[in-house]
Design a protein around this ligand. Structure first.
Ligand SMILES: Cc1cc2nc3c(=O)[nH]c(=O)nc-3n(C[C@H](O)[C@H](O)[C@H](O)COP(=O)(O)O)c2cc1C
Length: 191
């Protein structure tokens, strides 16, 4: 198994989503398996200067800062394509995903790299990921409820690129009671 582990909380050691994702990766990892780690809350730019949907800036029109953007995008796509199992942790921020996770996805969703425009519309081309696990934490919102726009967005975004099997591990209402974190840990331990 080649695991790609992505965290997105703006918190560091005290982050509950990072703690739970680490627990999950340790649970999934067997002898000989590898994992690659990326904390998207650190240092990713927002896309800018784009000429069209699908991350299009013609090669001969790229400025120096566009080249930097494409270099980061290339690296993130390489990491994304070099795994068979994806673990993404995300806290719900203001009913949606952290901006850093959206910034990551905007850099990864690229025409000709992770999806193609076809006669039938856009088609995802990421076939390497056999299973994706989403660890979603919240302070109070119920994960997958009508006011959680983080989980459905992330599921749709990954499905769009071709990821077929997605399992959501909801760790909700962590600010209401410390027991809720223990319940989430139990969920992961019993996988
Ligand atoms: C900027 C910000 C916005 C938040 N917005 C929400 C929210 O809309 N709904 C919710 O239930 N919790 C919200 N929370 C609480 C976090 O989702 C919750 O504390 C979560 O466990 C944080 O995960 P972490 O410990 O990995 O950072 C927010 C927290 C922050 C820092």
């Amino acid at each position: 198994m080649r695991i790609y582990h992505i965290d997105s909380s703006a918190r560091k050691e005290e982050s509950t989503s990072k703690l739970l994702a680490r627990l999950l990766v340790n649970k999934l990892k067997k002898l000989g398996d590898t994992s690659n780690y990326r904390d998207v809350s650190i240092g990713l730019p927002f896309v800018s200067g784009i000429k069209g949907a699908g991350f299009i800036i013609p090669e001969n029109e790229r400025t120096e800062s566009d080249h930097k953007l494409f270099k980061i995008s290339d690296q993130l796509i390489k990491e994304f394509k070099d795994c068979d199992t994806l673990v993404v942790s995300a806290p719900i921020y203001n009913f949606g995903p952290p901006a850093s996770l959206k910034a990551w996805f905007d850099l990864v969703a690229r025409n000709g790299q992770t999806f193609n425009y076809t006669d039938k519309g856009p088609v995802g081309t990421v076939a390497n990921i056999k299973k994706a696990y989403l660890v979603i934490t919240s302070g109070g919102v119920v994960v997958n409820s009508s006011i959680d726009f983080c989980t459905p967005w992330l599921k749709q975004a990954l499905t769009f690129l071709g990821v077929k099997e997605i399992e959501v591990i909801g760790a909700e209402a962590l600010n209401r009671s410390p027991e809720n974190l223990e319940k989430a840990k139990d969920k992961i331990n019993s996988l």
